[in-house]
Design a protein around this ligand. Structure first.
Ligand code: PBG
Length: 323
C-alpha cells in the first residue's frame, strides 16, 4: 500500500480513531509502587534526588499504601532502612527487622494490597555490598544462605511475594527450596534476573542508604553492553523456579525487555528505576520537560516493549492520571 492510495494519517485524525487503533494500553493493574520503610513514628524524610518520594515510618507507609490501594494499584515493593548495619547483614533477616515489622502491619491494615519484598543485603551490610564479603571479595555461596534466610523471614512475616535483587548465582533455587521446606510453596519469586550495573541507581542509593563502601557492583550486576547474557540469566532463573522475570533498569534496556518477552514464557516485570524518575523530575523542574507527558510516554514505552508490570516511583501519579 503506497501513497496516495494509503494514507496513514487517515486513522490519526481524531481521538476516537486513535483510541480504536491504539495497540498498547497502560492500566493501573500494571503498576507496582516501591516504598522505603524506616524506624520511628510520623517520619517522612524527603529524598532530595527523588522529589515526591520519602523514607517513611510504618504509620506513614500504611497511609501511602492505602492511597495506592484506593487508586487501584495492586501491589507495592518494600525496601527497608535498618538502624544498624554489620558485615553479615543480620538485620536483613531479623524477626523484628524493619521490613518484617512493616510487612506485618501492612498485611494487618491493608490486607488487599500485595506486599512484595526486595531481598538483598546492601541496605543491611556495613560495606554496602549485596552479598557477604570475604577477603575483599563477594562470596557467592555464603551469601546464598543469608539471602534465603532473608526471603524466609519475609514470608514468615506475611510477604505475598519475594524479589531477590542481589544477583548472586543460584539464589533463586536456594530461596525456592528454603521457602518450600518451610511451608511457603505458595509464595512466588519475582527474580531481578537481568539486573544491570547501572548509574541510574544513584538516587536509590541515597534513598536506601546502600552505596558500596569500596569498589562497585560490577562483579555481580550485569555489564550494560550485554544482551545474550540477559537471556542466559533469565533462562537460569526460570529453571531455578522464578515465577516472574524482571529486567532492570527499564528505559535504557527496552531491547532486553523485548527479547526476554520473546524468549521467556513467564510474566515480565520491568523496574523503572530511581534515575529514570529523577531525570523526569529534574527536567520538569528546569522547565525543560512536560513531566506528566514524559512520565506517561516512558511508562507506555516499557509496556510496549513487552513488560507485563512496571515497578515505578510514578505509580501513584500515573494511577491518578489514568483516573
Ligand atoms: C538493591 C537494589 C537496588 C535497587 C533495587 N534494589 C540498588 C542497587 O542494586 O544498587 C535500585 C532501584 C532504583 O534505582 O530505583 N540491590
Amino acid at each position: 500500500m503506497l501513497f496516495p492510495d494509503y494514507r496513514p494519517r487517515r486513522l490519526r485524525q481524531n481521538e476516537q480513531f486513535r483510541r480504536m487503533i491504539r495497540e498498547t494500553k497502560l492500566s493501573v493493574d500494571d503498576l507496582v509502587l516501591p516504598l522505603f520503610s524506616i524506624g520511628g513514628k510520623n517520619v517522612k524524610n524527603p529524598i532530595p534526588s527523588m522529589p515526591g518520594q520519602y523514607q517513611l515510618s510504618i504509620d506513614n507507609i500504611v497511609k501511602t499504601a492505602k492511597r495506592a490501594r484506593d487508586l487501584g494499584i495492586p501491589g507495592i515493593i518494600l525496601f527497608g532502612i535498618p538502624d544498624k548495619k554489620d558485615p553479615m547483614g543480620a538485620q536483613a533477616h531479623a524477626k523484628n527487622g524493619i521490613v518484617q515489622k512493616t510487612i506485618k502491619t501492612l498485611k494487618d491494615k491493608v490486607p488487599d494490597l500485595a506486599v512484595i519484598t526486595d531481598v538483598c543485603l546492601c541496605q543491611y551490610t556495613d560495606h554496602g555490598h549485596c552479598g557477604i564479603v570475604r577477603d575483599g571479595v563477594i562470596d557467592n555461596d555464603t551469601s546464598l544462605e543469608i539471602l534465603a534466610k532473608t526471603a524466609l523471614s519475609h514470608a514468615q512475616a506475611g510477604a505475598d511475594m519475594v524479589a531477590p535483587s542481589d544477583m548472586m548465582d543460584g539464589r533463586v533455587a536456594e530461596i525456592r527450596v528454603t521457602l518450600d521446606e518451610s511451608g511457603f510453596s505458595a509464595v512466588p519469586i519475582m527474580s531481578y534476573a537481568a539486573k544491570y550495573c547501572s548509574a541510574f541507581y544513584g538516587p536509590f542509593r541515597e534513598a536506601a542508604e546502600s552505596s558500596p563502601k569500596f569498589g562497585d557492583r560490577r562483579t555481580y550486576q550485569m555489564d550494560p553492553a550485554n544482551s545474550q547474557e540477559a537471556i542466559r540469566e533469565a533462562t537460569m532463573d526460570v529453571e531455578e523456579g522464578a515465577d516472574i522475570i524482571m529486567v532492570k533498569p527499564a528505559l535504557p534496556y527496552l531491547d532486553i525487555i523485548a527479547r526476554i518477552r520473546e524468549e521467556i514464557d513467564l510474566p515480565i516485570a520491568a523496574y523503572n528505576v530511581s534515575g529514570e524518575y529523577s531525570m523526569v523530575k529534574a527536567g520538569e523542574k528546569m522547565g525543560w520537560l512536560d513531566g506528566k507527558r514524559t512520565m506517561m510516554e516512558m511508562l507506555i514505552s516499557i509496556k510496549r516493549a513487552g513488560a507485563d508490570m512496571i515497578l515505578t516511583y510514578f505509580a501513584i501519579e500515573a494511577a491518578e492520571e489514568l483516573g
